[in-house]
Design a protein around this ligand. Sequence first.
Ligand code: HEC
Length: 167
Amino acid sequence: MNKQRPIMRAIMLTALMMIPVLLIAAPSPTGKPGSIERGRYVVKIAGCNDCHTPAYAMRDGRVPEHDWLTGDGTGWNGPWGTTYASNLRLKLAALSEAQWLHLARTVQYRPPMPWFNLRAMSDGDLRAVYRYVRHLGPAGVPAPAYVPPGGAVATAVVRFPEPPPAQ
Ligand code: HEC
């Protein structure tokens, strides 16, 4: 009767066979805005681990995820004094998501914290970072306290030169 039926059947069969392929396709590594997956991706590529995770950069990023963002005891020493990359697992556990968004948009931290990069993030990415860090949960101990210029420093430090004159 209808000559097109076998063709239609073949097309439909192919389409049905595609469904499992589509279902098992790996989710995008960048994740959806606001998702935990996205937060993991942003934390990784925005370099938060490089300073906030102990030895992360020196071990080529091979640090178990449960230790990520637990803060670091190496001091960053320069004209601003000595700063320590905070324990973000404890910090974010104490903040609501709204407080985190407000903080990230308004606070200016001392060097070498790139606070200006936080301000440049979209709300979706900031929310994702928050949800990811909360998903990891609180862990570790607070990083050493900030030491003003000239104060006694009890830890190893990375020394920064004077910054070049402003342009
Ligand atoms: C180059 C090193 C470096 C990088 C990269 C970095 N931070 Fe920091 N961060 C610091 C240091 C050092 C401090 C402490 C600054 C101070 O004492 O004022 C800090 C402080 C903070 C604080 C304040 C915490 C508190 O206890 O009040 C937040 C929040 C923060 N960083 C988030 C981030 C996030 C999110 C990223 C990734 C987008 C990031 N940082 C990347 C070094 C870094």
